[in-house]
Design a protein around this ligand. Structure first.
Ligand code: TYD
Ligand code: MG
Length: 452
């Protein structure tokens, strides 16, 4: 095949240069030029999503509505993060550390989907023998899956044109290369160009494409991050080192809600779904211990009980440490300032460590109140009773602000057997709502502190 013409595009201003240079002649930025395929003008116009050569201006309400028929994956946790199943022509990126279980999950998923949708598994990392062995070990119900070991993207697309599956898994995008570029497989330009070819194929054929991307050491460079804008759905596979639980999180989804979360456990027989994850992120102490507070966090549409822990200890260094795991560090600093100003409690000479049990990450302010109570509980060595839950945002004026989905959180806490909830005033259940939990509604930080 003839080499396509390549050019170098500045990633900061978009200037095009026929040769690589260290500094962009236009904007003066250093090391921003990267090699891309020069697409002839006519070809680029035909490559639009609709495939039509010329766009036509229409009124929004005249645009034909097509119900997106979704194919269920047969794994409810996976369907949840995808927003209800696989949409034809969707491109889904699954990122995660090497060895976390991406290949395992997708192989299990394909075996389930195969009944409803013809599939293809393309591997560039393992031999077909290895894939067969793994499938056997996983005890998959179906072993008649079409598989292909190939890394040339042009060859893969040609095979796909012939086979026309409904779903194809590319494991992994970093192993693919295109003949059009000279750079090595795994480089940013190869990654982008290979993904672009597969996206074009997905949109023109209505085949759903799943791209596996390893998160690289450098994070952003040549990892799944550089592809996020090209795909419809971005899922990240996360885990706590040493834990067998795996969380799969939707961070972008054109066909569903973001921040939805599916929970799996890695076992000898592959990944098993965990349908009641609340129990998982609590560390069931025999007796209540100081510094531990249970909160209800919302991950996508799912309320989940998690344990926030804090350890407050006399600091031996001039600049006390503030360490957070699974929580935002800046938020902790802010909360400690609020505790000082509005609660009159200074932790200026204390180290504060905060952690969320089970490797969970909380990104919402609903964890403010439980975090402060955990810190205070640790400081005073006074445990918060084990059957209490706490949630609420804390404002800079010391006020306790409401959080979204208060009632669902209370329902989940009651379902898990919790007896008492400390919540923001505005999250008090409506009169007449029957909840099997005693609710203490507060509007100021000092009211919460008085509970300890
Ligand atoms: P894998 O799916 O190969 O990870 P990735 O594709 O994300 O790189 O998963 C590999 C790990 O999973 C490996 O360390 C072993 C473990 N594993 C199990 O614990 N049980 C199993 O049944 C399988 C197949 C793998
Ligand atoms: Mg793999």
């Amino acid at each position: 095949m003839a080499k396509a013409k390549t050019q170098y595009v500045c990633q900061s201003c978009g200037a095009v240069s026929p040769k690589w240079v260290g500094q962009c002649a236009d904007c003066g930025a250093w090391n921003t030029l990267s090699e891309t395929v020069a697409v002839p003008a006519a070809k680029s116009r035909a490559g639009g999503i609709s495939g039509a050569a010329l766009g036509r201006i229409q009124r929004l309400d005249e645009v034909e509505l097509q119900e997106e028929p979704r194919a269920a994956t047969g794994m409810p946790e996976m369907d949840r993060v995808l927003g209800g199943g696989i949409v034809p022509g969707a491109v889904i990126l699954i990122g995660g550390d090497p060895g976390i279980g991406k290949s395992t999950l997708l192989l299990q998923m394909l075996a389930q989907v195969q009944e409803r949708l013809p599939t293809l598994y393309v591997t560039g990392e393992e031999s077909l023998t290895q894939v067969h062995l793994r499938a056997k070990r996983l005890g998959l119900t179906r072993l008649d899956l079409p598989v292909l070991a190939e890394t040339g993207v042009e060859a893969i697309v040609a095979q796909l044109q012939a086979l026309r599956p409904g779903l194809v898994v590319i494991d992994s995008i970093q192993t693919l290369y295109t003949d059009a570029l000279d750079s090595a497989p795994g480089s940013v330009s190869q990654l982008r160009e290979c993904a672009a070819q597969l996206v074009r194929f997905a949109k023109s054929s209505q085949t759903a494409v799943v791209l596996v991307g390893h998160v690289t050491k450098e994070g952003a460079i040549a990892g799944p991050r550089v592809l996020e804008h090209m795909v419809d759905t971005v899922l990240y596979f996360e885990h706590d080192p040493g834990s067998r639980f795996r969380i799969i999180r939707a961070v972008k989804n054109r066909f569903g809600a973001v921040n939805e979360l599916g929970v799996f456990a890695m076992t000898d027989g592959g990944l098993k779904e965990v349908s009641n994850p609340s129990a998982l992120f609590l560390s069931r102490h025999g007796a209540p211990v100081p510094g531990s507070v249970i909160t209800v966090t919302r991950q996508g549409s799912r309320p989940m009980l998690v344990e926030v822990q804090a350890l407050v200890d006399q600091s031996t260094i001039g600049n006390p440490r503030r360490v957070t795991l699974g929580l935002e560090g800046n938020r902790l600093n802010m909360l400690l300032a609020v505790l000082h100003r509005h609660g009159g409690i200074s932790l200026g000479d204390q180290d504060v460590f905060a952690n969320v049990v089970g490797g969970m990450r909380i990104q919402e302010p609903a964890a403010d109140l439980p975090l402060l109570l955990a810190a205070l509980s640790s400081l005073r060595s006074r445990p918060v009773p084990g059957d209490w839950v706490v949630f609420g945002e804390i404002g800079l004026a010391g006020e306790v602000r409401p959080v979204a989905g208060g009632e669902e959180r209370l329902i989940e806490a009651a379902k898990q057997g919790f007896k008492r909830a400390i919540v923001p005033e505005a999250n008090k259940p409506r009169r007449g709502a029957r909840l099997d939990i005693e609710v203490l509604a507060i509007s100021r930080l000092d009211e919460a502190l008085a509970q300890l």
